[in-house]
Design a protein around this ligand. Structure first.
Ligand code: CU
Length: 248
């Protein structure tokens, strides 16, 4: 409600993340405004007055302590709602791994993102994979698994429009998922300080209709190139080719 006014929500779980964010915002916001309001009202009400000596209160009497105890209990009740909502959303987004329709490998390095698209066969590490730099191409309404890696230091694959933020860790392959729901061009960022070029480590995610995406795959997959040159293409040449494609 509040967030998608500012950042478009372009994945199936964006609304779940927004919901828990807004629940926390409303509950914490209510107590913040109330407590700050009472605080400044008390400062004003009991301000220094001529001829009136300040009282020393230890706060040990029941009649004084209740001003802390009762609000504290009410805040704890709010915590139950937040914990319940957080576990529910975490389970839906991070614990569940719905079946993939396609795959993409995401590799962070100082300071760029490399995306290996599965290509027409939907599987990684096959001849028809398409490699691009700083440009992730996806089809709308397709469930992707991503395999997130890092070549050097900690990075963080952040796609605000998906409400996705995941650390990439050298030596590990982290699997997650997303399903784009909106055709468009959205930003990808690195959300983990990773060196002097961290701020330049931006990329784009381009979500197309399944038809347009299939046409892009057909035009760029090495299968198409293999048809033109039946000899096996060395992998370095494939990557160089993909780079040229991404720069077009
Ligand atoms: Cu980075």
């Amino acid at each position: 409600m509040i967030i998608d006014q500012l950042v478009p929500s372009a994945s199936t779980y964006a609304a779940d993340i927004d919901w828990i964010w807004e629940l926390i915002f409303v509950l914490v916001g209510f107590w913040f405004v109330l407590s700050e309001g009472v605080f400044f009202w008390l400062l004003w009400k009991f301000r220094k007055k001529d001829g009136q000596k300040a009282q020393y209160i230890t706060g040990e009497l029941e009649s004084e302590k209740k001003w802390i105890t009762y609000p504290h209990l009410l805040v704890l009740v709010c915590d139950i709602f937040i914990v319940y909502g957080a576990v529910k959303v975490w389970y839906e987004v991070k614990q569940k791994l719905p079946e993939a329709q396609s795959m993409v490998r995401v590799v962070g390095q100082q300071w760029a993102w490399t995306f290996v698209h599965a290509g027409p066969d939907g599987a990684l590490d096959t001849a028809d994979d398409i490699t691009t730099v700083n440009e992730l191409r996806l089809a709308k309404d397709t469930l992707y698994h991503y395999k997130l890696e890092s070549k050097d230091v900690l990075h963080n694959f952040s796609v605000p429009a998906f409400r996705l933020k995941q650390d990439s860790i050298p030596g590990r392959e982290i699997t997650g998922w997303f399903e784009p729901t909106l055709v468009g061009d959205f930003s990808v960022q690195c959300a983990e300080i990773c060196g002097i070029g961290h701020g330049l480590m931006g990329a784009r995610v381009i979500i197309e209709t399944p038809e347009a995406h299939a046409a892009w795959m057909a035009a760029n997959s090495t299968d198409g190139l293999a048809e033109a040159t039946p000899a096996e293409i060395p992998s370095t040449e494939v990557a160089a080719n993909a780079l040229a494609i991404s720069e077009e």
